[in-house]
Design a binder for this molecule. Structure first.
Ligand code: ATP
Ligand code: MG
Length: 444
């Protein structure tokens, strides 16, 4: 992309309506634009980041054997009446009437719809388990939309649903998602901690929220610090291995405020290990058995000839919220610099020619470098504007492009000035730079 032609509407100053860093930055560099309260358009920079996050989320769903579908945003009220949630959901649900006066709604979540899809096709235990997911817009008419896309009304969510024959198999499905969430957030360069959670309006009895630490988060969390040293390395997709993984995490106290109990906390966690802080919920998984399959009559034939209601779980990731969450986690407050993790950066590298009057040599060189990197499948932007070097650098630092190639005095012959944000400058050939960037991406 040539910066002179890019649709990146940068503002001179932070907009005053934005209270937290991610909201400020997303408006400042033109990633999003508010269209009405809690509803946003995604402009090229923001959309690119969200699509890269979506791909990582999708890959990790596919890796545990989940199958992708796409359900509509608009749903009929009928199935919600069957489950009993049509009234329960209250004002958060956006209700619409079509021209036949039928009651419709903009889906806030999809338990009913997926159960309806399931019950119309799957009749036998032999087809289980089924793990289905989609990545689709949701609408919740939040009481207080705030912090930009962090708590908005229309947002992009990955939601998955599992169907199993009994509790034991259902826990296996639950644990697969538990693993896939740890892997997803790790790939996104985030430390997300699974915390025992309340099940809220989704209902059920087993639930974890995945929370990343951030002062601006809305969830208050209480943990044993040692949980931060764990990871999912070495886990295999077998019942035993996944049960061990979940137990490994569950041995440490980690809850949000709804589940907090002062006595338990103080009994279980030594003072030096206690951490009370704030976090952002980026994912939430639930097991709720036959809570929906029973009222919606989704049952399967068992091997002995009997029938039973299928056992279900649901698993959400806030794909659009993650864009903001990554900013909250990665923004360097001290130097006022954003640095996107390479895997989700809107551009992986910026090519910056120093352009002086009557001399287009650096620009020509930069275009060659740019063409080469594009051919190598590197997501590159070239600043072909005639601004001076320092304002060009300011801009790429503001956008958060993690690597820069500067074509000026320090780039001589085949050796180019190459810099990672916040690190020392080096001189490398273009081939070595491309190789280095590929290696960095593969490492994750
Ligand atoms: P919260 O407690 O933040 O309202 P929730 O428990 O209602 O979240 P879920 O129903 O579990 O959320 O939805 C799954 C994920 O969708 C959440 O973990 C979060 O990342 C995201 N999400 C939920 N509500 C919003 C919203 N209003 N704006 C942006 N993302 C949201
Ligand atoms: Mg909510």
């Amino acid at each position: 992309m040539y910066l002179s032609k890019a649709f990146i509407p940068i503002l001179k100053n932070n907009p005053s309506e934005a209270k937290i860093k991610s909201h400020q930055l997303m408006l400042r560099i033109g990633m999003i634009k508010q269209s009405s309260t809690g509803i946003y358009s995604w402009l090229p920079l923001g959309f690119k980041v969200m699509k890269k996050i979506e791909k990582i989320v999708r890959d990790e769903q596919n890796n545990i054997g989940a199958q992708e579908i796409l359900m509509p945003t608009i749903q009929s009220s009928e199935i919600w009446k069957e489950s009993g949630r049509y009234d329960d959901y209250g004002d958060e649900m956006l209700r619409i009437k079509d021209r036949q006066n039928r009651e419709m709604l903009y889906g806030p979540t999809n338990e009913e719809l997926i159960t309806d899809i399931f019950r119309s096709s799957i009749k036998s235990y032999k087809s289980l388990p089924q793990l289905l997911y989609h990545i689709q817009w949701k609408f919740r008419d939040e009481l207080r939309p705030r912090f930009g896309i962090m708590r908005c009304r229309e947002f992009y969510m990955k939601d998955a649903y599992s169907f199993d024959i009994n509790d034991e198999e259902a826990f296996f499905s639950y644990n697969k998602f538990f693993l896939s969430y740890l892997r997803t957030f790790k790939k996104l360069n985030l430390t997300a901690i699974p915390m025992a959670a309340d099940t809220g309006p989704i209902g059920g009895n087993l639930s974890h929220e995945f929370v990343i630490l951030a002062d601006t988060g809305e969830s208050k969390i209480f943990t044993d610090k040692r949980i931060f040293n764990l990871d999912s390395e070495g886990s295999e997709i077998t019942k035993e291995s996944l049960e061990d993984l979940r137990k490994k995490y569950e041995q440490y106290y980690a809850v949000t405020d709804e589940k907090f109990n002062k006595n338990e906390f103080e009994k279980e966690v030594l003072p030096e290990n206690r951490l009370i802080t704030k976090g952002i919920e980026v994912g939430h998984i639930f097991y709720f058995g036959d809570k929906y399959s029973k009222p919606l009559n989704a049952s399967v034939d068992l091997s002995g000839g009997k029938k039973d209601f299928v056992k279900m779980g649901s698993y959400g990731i806030g794909v659009s919220r993650l864009v903001g969450a990554i900013i909250e986690a990665k923004y360097n407050e001290k130097d006022e610099i954003m640095k996107w993790p390479l895997v989700v950066a809107p551009y992986e590298v910026a090519v910056i020619p120093v352009i002086s009057k009557n001399d287009s040599k650096n620009l020509e060189k930069a275009i060659n470098v740019y063409d080469y990197l594009k051919k190598q499948n590197i997501d590159v932007i070239i600043d072909d504007t005639d601004e001076n070097l320092s304002s060009k650098l300011k801009k790429v630092n503001l956008i958060g492009v993690p690597y820069q190639i500067i074509l000026g005095k320090k780039s001589e012959g085949d050796l180019l000035e190459f810099k990672e944000t916040g690190k020392e400058t080096t001189s490398l050939s273009i081939e070595k730079i491309a190789k280095f960037l590929h290696q960095q991406k593969e490492q994750i």
